[in-house]
Design a protein around this ligand. Structure first.
Ligand SMILES: Cc1cc2nc3c(=O)[nH]c(=O)nc-3n(C[C@H](O)[C@H](O)[C@H](O)COP(=O)(O)OP(=O)(O)OC[C@H]3O[C@@H](n4cnc5c(N)ncnc54)[C@H](O)[C@@H]3O)c2cc1C
Length: 405
């Protein structure tokens, strides 16, 4: 494992900083900010800032870093992109709204799209003209995504879609959606699914934001009632959507090693503010938290070292997710116990504008569930690292309509 960057990686980090310095400034240190908001004006302004920054990146050749050059990208590695994202997060910039467009659907169109689809979507995705959402999960198809029951039927030159999606991040501000629907009920469950590109303004789409306990509402339920999608908007083969979905989901992980920031300093500051740092039990808990941050940092180094040598990420990505999930659970309890009765306060009544209650305690489940729950990650480690047998199942051979529902 290498703890230092190679000279090339360090040079790339410096190049990223030089570009970012031209367009923004590093965020001021200080109290953490509670960015969870239900105010739609705020949100629309944020989306617009994200669009503007994405366009600036495109104009300067910094959009789609891992995309092939022939499609307007830079052809760089996931590791280089990870370094860029780490630096970008340090600056006062609006980011995040294009993660699904640039990180998920774009790479899927590059691999599976027709020439027309590439021309229609890729340049405008890079320029920040299209916010995308991912219409995969359903009320009974999350961890077991291939159990989805939204149906698509061909009618002339159009597919007609009816069903329900849930947990669709950003659907309420999205221009386009990547949609999985069942097109063959007699095939085994993974083989009867088709991947569609759907205009979110199509008649029959009803997006209803789900307000979370945090007060934020960035997920939605999406109801589809006889939504018509032209045949040209099938991505990949009809009934071959599972392979396309796998491209989408693995592309999501391309930014290897990014984002395992150090939140320990903030928790330590909170303990100091509450005068708890001399309490021996609190000191022990803080030490445990520090150790946990160090563990995920080193797992991140391991992933990066492998990536530097051209080795694809393996099950250590799952161990990383488990380590982070365990830490988020522990950290949530710790910050609440540090604040004592103050932990029950909310919003501007609370210290740091409610950041600890909202983003750290309640927000922990976003990262613990999104991108595959920690239980699912444990199954992966069980099967791929410990060599335990897969759970017995007949769902890979039985026609979908015969499976229990
Ligand atoms: C922040 C966030 C953003 C999201 N954004 C999107 C989005 O934009 N688009 C989208 O389509 N979806 C999105 N999701 C949905 C996400 O993919 C699902 O929540 C996730 O896959 C889990 O599915 P589920 O919620 O249906 O839970 P379920 O799959 O029903 O799981 C319920 C519980 O059972 C456990 N469990 C399930 N199967 C197993 C098993 N085989 N072994 C052991 N335990 C198991 C789970 O760990 C969990 O504790 C998002 C979720 C979050 C939290």
């Amino acid at each position: 494992m290498d703890f230092d960057e190679t000279p090339e990686e360090a040079a790339w980090r410096a190049e990223c900083r030089a570009f970012l310095d031209q367009h923004s400034t590093v965020k001021a240190a200080g109290a953490p900010r509670n960015t969870m908001s239900t105010l739609s004006d705020d949100e629309h302004a944020h989306v617009q800032r994200c669009r503007d920054w994405q366009r600036t990146k495109a104009e300067n050749g910094w959009a789609g870093l891992t995309w092939p050059e022939e499609f307007g990208g830079r052809g760089l590695t996931g590791l280089q992109q990870g370094i860029f994202l780490e630096e970008e997060h340090k600056y006062d910039l609006a980011v995040g709204m294009f993660a699904q467009a640039i990180g998920m659907v774009g790479p899927s169109i590059v691999v599976h799209g027709t020439e027309e689809q590439k021309k229609q979507f890729l340049p405008s995705i890079l320029r920040g003209e299209q916010v995308w959402c991912q219409l995969f999960s359903e009320p009974n198809a999350g961890s077991d995504l291939a159990a989805l029951r939204t149906k698509a039927e061909l009618d002339g030159d159009e597919w007609v879609i009816t069903g329900q999606k849930v947990w669709t991040s950003s659907a309420h501000v999205a221009d386009w959606g990547m949609l999985l629907a069942r097109t063959d009920w007699d095939a085994p469950k993974h083989r009867g699914i088709t991947y569609f590109l759907v205009d979110m303004r199509s008649p029959g789409i009803d997006v209803r934001p789900l307000v979370q306990a945090t007060g934020g509402a960035e997920f939605n339920e999406v109801f589809l009632e006889e939504v018509r999608i032209p045949k040209e908007n099938v991505l990949g083969e009809v009934n071959g959507g599972w392979a396309v979905a796998m491209t989408t989901l693995t592309s999501e992980r391309a930014d290897i090693g990014a984002g395992h920031g150090d939140g320990f300093a903030g928790v330590l500051r909170l303990a100091q503010q509450y005068g708890r740092v001399n309490d021996p039990v609190v000191r022990q808990e803080l030490m445990k938290l520090y150790t946990s941050y160090q563990i995920s940092k080193y797992i991140g180094f391991r992933t990066r070292t492998a990536a530097s040598k051209g080795i694809a990420p393996g099950p250590e990505v799952s161990t990383m997710k488990i380590a982070i999930s365990d830490r988020l659970a522990f950290q949530g309890d710790l910050v609440e116990s540090l604040m004592g009765a103050d932990g029950m306060l909310w919003g501007s009544d609370a210290i740091d504008d409610g950041y600890w209650q909202t983003m750290v305690f309640m927000g922990q489940w976003m990262a613990r569930i999104g991108g595959g729950t920690e239980d699912v990650q444990r199954n992966i480690v069980g099967e791929r690292v410990l060599g335990l047998p897969r759970e017995p199942s007949n769902d890979r051979t039985t026609p979908f309509r015969e499976l229990p529902h």
